[in-house]
Design a protein around this ligand. Structure first.
Ligand code: AMP
Length: 111
């Protein structure tokens, strides 16, 4: 079981800032920007590479929630949404998640 599944199941605590029937959003424990939130589906999809057409509206929902939270968190100067997938993508938790980062100017390209 992944650490994110344990957060969904309330087996370990997290700073949850939003939840609905399909997803949960909570603050990253090791923030890489002043605002760093993770948006995760309740459905345990390991990564974007495992998503299917069945997940199409769920994936869209995660992005809409990210945008809504960005507004609510006053990221008026902009923000970044990131999905790391697999080893080369830097994914460390095998439960699909969207990073929402903001509150400072972010570099590009990523390392
Ligand atoms: P990734 O490297 O894209 O798989 O992102 C995983 C993220 O999960 C990292 O930014 C971690 O800091 C974060 N993380 C790991 N464990 C926890 C936790 N218990 N609560 C909140 N964030 C976590």
């Amino acid at each position: 079981m992944t650490i994110f599944q344990k957060i969904i199941d309330r087996q370990i605590p997290a700073d949850i800032i939003y939840e609905d029937a399909e997803c949960l959003a909570f603050r990253d424990v090791n923030p890489q920007a002043p605002t760093h939130v993770l948006i995760i589906p309740r459905k345990p999809i390991p990564s974007l590479a495992h998503a299917t057409v069945e997940d199409q509206s769920l994936l869209g929902h995660l992005l809409l929630v990210a945008g809504k939270l960005a507004v609510e968190l006053h990221l008026t100067d902009g923000f970044r949404t990131v999905l790391n997938s697999g080893r080369d993508g830097g994914q460390t938790v095998d439960h699909l998640h969207v990073h929402l980062l903001g509150g400072r100017s972010l570099g590009w390209p990523p390392g």
